[in-house]
Ligand binder design. Structure first.
Ligand SMILES: [Fe+2]
Ligand SMILES: [Fe+2]
Length: 268
């Protein structure tokens, strides 16, 4: 039973040690097949923050797939921001800015959406859209396909106007054509899942979206610290939100989707 833990926005530098330990304890108990980390590992892209993030990652004994967030690019150091924006990320976290992970059951592709110029708001480039097409369209249509970005494709249900990932609609057309099943992202520090078609109305199929809150940072947006636990048993996917209760992470909600004739249908 493939299980993906989706953590995001750890923001080392603003992490809460007890929550970080609680997250590690929860992951060690659950033993996911993969830990996806959708960016903002640090608060200010400082060396000591990346070192703390790396030390935390080293304590997770499971495969990990990570993409950078806007906070992983230095903001105030203008030289670094524009000339070597992801040097520290690549030194301490991962050289690979287009990571992939594959099992017999699922395939995951990471895309870097963090940009120096539009520091807060992310983008997907034309080249990255081509790479998504070449990668995902080459896979069997039946394989469960996951894309990981830091910036979101779909707004929260109660806030229709946050900044979404740039060129999202163009990328969505390719994701639709190549049969992507699930998009994982963070950035907003809000947890929600949805059918991408509710926002991207021109796509033909349905694509699930799961946003993760901040797992361990005190930079919360009126929500407890949380992460997603995603269980993939085609044609079913369950997205469980696990939140910090003050003592441990526990399930908050569990949403089940079933794919019926290429459409994800929420099961009650
Ligand atoms: Fe963040
Ligand atoms: Fe962010």
């Amino acid at each position: 039973m493939p299980v993906i833990a989706h953590i995001s926005d750890l923001h080392f530098g603003t992490e809460q040690p007890a929550v970080a330990q609680g997250l590690l304890d929860d992951l060690l108990e659950i033993k996911p097949d993969l830990v996806v980390n959708s960016g903002d590992l640090t608060q200010r892209a400082r060396v000591r923050q990346f070192m703390a993030a790396r030390a935390f990652m080293n304590r997770i004994p499971f495969p990990q797939l990570t993409v950078p967030g806007n906070h992983d690019i230095p903001f105030y150091d203008v030289m670094m921001r524009f000339f070597s924006p992801l040097a520290r990320y690549q030194h301490y976290i991962s050289r690979d800015l287009a990571p992939r992970f594959q099992t017999n059951e699922f395939f995951v592709l990471g895309v870097n959406t963090a940009r120096s110029a539009t520091w807060k708001n992310g983008r997907i480039s034309v080249e990255q859209i081509s790479e998504i097409r070449e990668t995902l369209c080459a896979l069997p249509f039946t394989q469960f396909k996951v894309l990981v970005t830091h910036h979101p494709f779909v707004p929260p249900p109660d806030d229709p106007s946050p900044a979404l990932v740039g060129r999202g609609p163009e990328a969505m057309d390719v994701l639709d054509a190549c049969g992507a099943d699930l998009l994982l992202a963070g950035h907003l520090h809000r947890h929600y899942s949805a059918d991408a078609k509710t926002h991207h109305v021109r796509i033909k199929r349905t694509i699930l979206v799961a946003q993760a809150g901040t797992a361990i940072s005190h930079r919360r947006r009126n929500e407890p610290n949380a992460y997603n636990l995603i269980t993939v048993i085609p044609p079913e996917v369950t997205i469980q939100v696990r939140t910090w209760t003050g003592a441990k992470f526990e399930p908050l909600t569990s949403t089940r989707y079933m794919k019926i004739e290429n459409h994800w249908t929420r099961q009650e």
